[in-house]
Design a protein around this ligand. Structure first.
Ligand code: NAD
Length: 481
């Protein structure tokens, strides 16, 4: 795949642009080259989307829906090939990558249906001789900026909804995973008229900066860190462009003492250690009611110690590498900060280099207890395979400690008591709460954060609203002749 720029219906190799080697985070092997495009490509991509805008907006919803269905079908026919790109470039084990590919297809399938259900309103008029109409129109050229941790699903969550709404799109994927974006776009490109969806790969600066400041962009939909999200909000403010932000999290996972340890352990493994902990909705803080603290710590320590770490392409691997050296160093810093403050390390706590892992960014799945408040791993997003387990006594204390964060993306509650589940769910200041459910994300539902975890929602019917705006038309009836 030498060509990663897809502009105005044509693949380009970015002549004159910088080209970088993309390496596997597991082995360090070169897996391809990627174009790091600049402001010239940014301008052309936005111009192509502007040009295609009226045509796509006026395309009948059924036709837009068919295009989205065709993309979903194409993904379904290429699961293995796409999954291998994800594992090679991002690192997650192949079975997980296949899951991401199917999740990616689910957004195109879901929004294929929603494309046909965009309706306005006709409010009753307060006076005779007058009609009021509220139309829904696509906002216009959309810039989708995505992270590397779910390199195909995060594109789909934005692209499918924007296309269903009638917006044309420029996608800028993370510089760590340009090849996954290009692989997905093979199917996207074949289903759409030129200019409707464009792909440009490159660095935050100059490419990202050129795009977020381009006057042709009317909507920016961003998934990534809170720090960059804040910067994008400032950039969009200058021209009052619409912005949706899916940002970082710091998820509390609360286990009440009526929960079943045998059910909670596998749920924690999924919520924390999947994708080596590099998930925005990953458990970041594990609060366990005191009676269950010791038995859960023991059972979990055994389970975590048995997780097989390795190259995601190898059969049996459960935990792959981290994305890069900086991610690894952040996890190392969080663990040494916690242990220096008195936390006890039950499992892991070190970089893995033996057994052929020395060329990758591997960190041992880790579990700590007695982590004191104030430790970095409780206040910042760790984004790695490390869980801090803390004891609490009362429901009120769990709520207070869980909410003690500027983030508000996801929270989890494990209990068999419906009353407890209701009280906790209502009191937790998070955009999504999984009750006995460690993986609540789905294409069918609105996902997003409260507080510094974001603005707006993605997925579900609400995810479509982010790409639409209202137009009000008032009609006064001419007098009868
Ligand atoms: P990041 O913020 O570093 O980068 C995200 C994207 O923004 C990349 O495409 C990057 O190139 C681009 N970018 C960075 N600076 C830019 C600039 N100045 N102008 C334009 N574009 C710029 O985040 P990341 O490391 O790729 O992803 C990890 C973060 O994403 C974590 O914080 C994670 O929680 C978050 N995330 C959130 C969700 C969610 O649904 N809320 C989902 C996945 C990941």
């Amino acid at each position: 795949m030498d060509q990663q720029l897809f502009i105005a219906g044509r693949w380009e190799s970015g002549t004159g642009s910088q080209v970088v080697t993309v390496r596997s985070p597991a082995s360090g092997e070169a897996i391809g080259t990627a174009v790091m495009a600049g402001p010239e490509a940014a301008r052309r991509a936005v111009a192509a989307a502007e040009k295609a805008g009226p045509l796509w907006r006026d395309t009948p919803p059924r036709r837009r829906s068919e295009a989205l269905e065709a993309i979903a079908r194409w993904i379904g026919e290429h699961v293995e090939e796409l999954a291998r790109w994800i594992t090679r470039e991002e690192g997650k084990p192949l079975p997980e990558a296949r899951g991401e590919v199917r999740y990616t297809a689910s957004f195109f399938r879901f929004y294929a249906g929603e494309a046909e259900r965009i309706t306005g309103e006709i409010p009753p008029s307060p006076e005779p001789g007058r009609s009021l109409y509220l139309y829904r129109e696509p906002i216009g050229v959309t810039l989708a900026i995505t992270p590397w941790n779910y390199p195909m699903a995060m594109i789909a969550r934005k692209l499918a909804a924007a296309l269903a709404a009638g917006c044309t799109v420029v996608v800028k994927p993370a510089e760590e995973t340009p090849l996954c974006a290009a692989a997905l776009f093979q199917g996207v490109a074949a289903a759409l008229p030129p200019g409707v969806a464009n792909l440009v790969t490159g660095l935050p600066d100059p490419l990202g900066e050129a795009l977020i400041h381009d006057p042709g962009v009317r909507k920016i939909t961003f998934t990534g860190s809170t720090q960059v999200g804040r910067h994008i909000l400032h950039a969009a403010a200058d021209r009052v462009a619409s912005v949706s932000l899916e940002l970082g999290g710091n998820a509390p996972f609360i286990v009440m003492d009526d929960a079943d340890v045998a059910e909670v352990v596998p749920a924690i493994l999924r919520c924390k250690y999947r994708n080596a902990g590099q998930i925005c909705v990953a458990l970041n803080r594990l609060y366990v009611q005191r009676r269950l603290h010791d038995p859960l710590a023991k059972a979990l320590a055994e389970a975590v110690a048995s997780l097989k770490v390795g190259d995601g392409l190898e059969e049996g691997t459960v935990i792959g590498p981290m994305i890069n050296q900086a991610a690894l160093e952040k996890v190392e810093a969080h663990v040494s900060d916690a242990t220096a403050r008195g936390a006890r390390l039950l499992v892991g706590g070190r970089r893995l280099a033996e057994g052929g892992l020395d060329h990758g960014f591997f960190y041992a799945p880790s579990l700590l207890t007695h982590v004191p408040e104030g430790a970095r791993m409780l206040t910042e997003e760790t984004f790695g395979p490390v869980a801090p387990l803390m004891a609490f006594d009362t429901e009120e204390e769990a709520i207070e400690r869980a909410n003690r964060t500027p983030y508000g993306l996801a929270a989890y509650v494990f209990t068999r008591d419906l009353g407890r589940a209701e009280r906790l769910t209502r009191a937790l200041a998070f955009g999504m709460v999984g009750v006995n459910d460690p993986v609540p994300s789905l294409a069918e539902v609105a996902i997003g954060g409260m507080k510094e975890s974001g603005l707006g929602r993605e997925g579900g019917r609400q995810g479509l609203d982010e790409f639409l705006e209202w137009k009000y038309v008032s009609v006064r009836h001419p007098a009868a002749p």
